[in-house]
Design a protein around this ligand. Structure first.
Ligand code: ADP
Length: 244
């Protein structure tokens, strides 16, 4: 197990937002966290990235207990949340954005910023990342000129520059139309071949297509957990979440 939580809980001034949540995120698998608004999904993400300190429970990342680890260490330990930390510079090209992302600290780097002269040395890795994410033909396109979906893919590329073992994706399909959804979903499926992915996602057809495991949260607690097929047939899930 790459990332596990046991009995995870968070109270806000007497209000219990998350209670008794167990999660297991495995290498090379996509785990989707779904549930209605206010279910506690964002709070769980904030607890896992240590942005919030849990009131109860334990979190393990790659066999290390990270329950008390500070948030600034988490990315270097291999857990990276996308769309929050990934800054895409709109007026720089795809290649330039990825090169800058590669300068960021990762678990191997001893320096925070490398001298500019060393940028060229990072090029092969930048080119590789761009190719892996199907962005080669947009290599010299400014981020601002990319479609919404490709911009998302570029954000994922900048996140992957940190070489995470677990990637947390916060509603990766938010605000996207059909073609972009298909592009980003297939990129996420590819990315998950070599690392664990935990995503909060409202688009259930994407969840059905690419998630190996689904956890349904309701009022801070796990309502159901299993593969999409099993979870979507659960009568409580149908009533509470899918409205059928
Ligand atoms: P979701 O992401 O599933 O929509 P959230 O994790 O954002 O749910 O919220 C879960 C519950 O916790 C909600 O009722 C929300 O109002 C409450 N909550 C979230 N953050 C805070 C906070 N900082 N202080 C008080 N209540 C909070």
């Amino acid at each position: 197990m790459v990332l596990s939580a046991r009995g995870l809980g968070k109270d806000f001034a007497g209000f219990t937002a998350v209670n008794g949540v167990d999660l297991d995120v495995e290498h090379a698998r996509i785990h989707a966290l779904i549930g209605p608004n206010g279910a506690g999904k964002t709070t769980v993400f904030n607890l896992l990235t240590k942005f919030l300190q849990p009131t109860r429970g334990r979190i393990m990342l790659l066999d290390q207990d990270i329950t008390k680890v500070k948030p600034d260490k988490i990315a270097r330990m291999g857990l990276v949340r996308s769309f929050q930390i990934s800054a895409v510079f709109p007026h720089l090209t795809v290649l330039e954005n990825v090169r800058i992302a590669l300068q960021r600290p990762n678990k191997l780097a001893t320096q925070f910023w490398l001298p500019l002269s060393s940028l060229d040395k990072l090029n092969p890795r930048a080119e590789e990342l761009i190719a892996d994410l199907g962005l080669s033909q947009y290599r010299d396109t400014r981020a601002t000129d990319l479609s919404y979906g490709r911009k998302r893919v570029l954000e994922i590329a900048t996140t992957l520059a940190l070489d995470p073992k677990v990637l947390l994706l916060d509603e990766p399909m938010a605000g996207m139309g059909g073609e972009d959804v298909a592009t980003v979903a297939s990129i996420i499926a590819d990315v998950a071949k070599t690392r664990a992915v935990l995503m909060v996602e409202h688009n259930l057809s994407v969840v059905a297509d690419i998630a190996h495991h689904v956890t349904v949260l309701q009022r801070g607690e796990i309502l159901a957990s299993g593969d999409y097929e099993t979870v979507s047939q659960n009568p409580q899930v149908r009533t509470a979440y899918m409205g059928t």
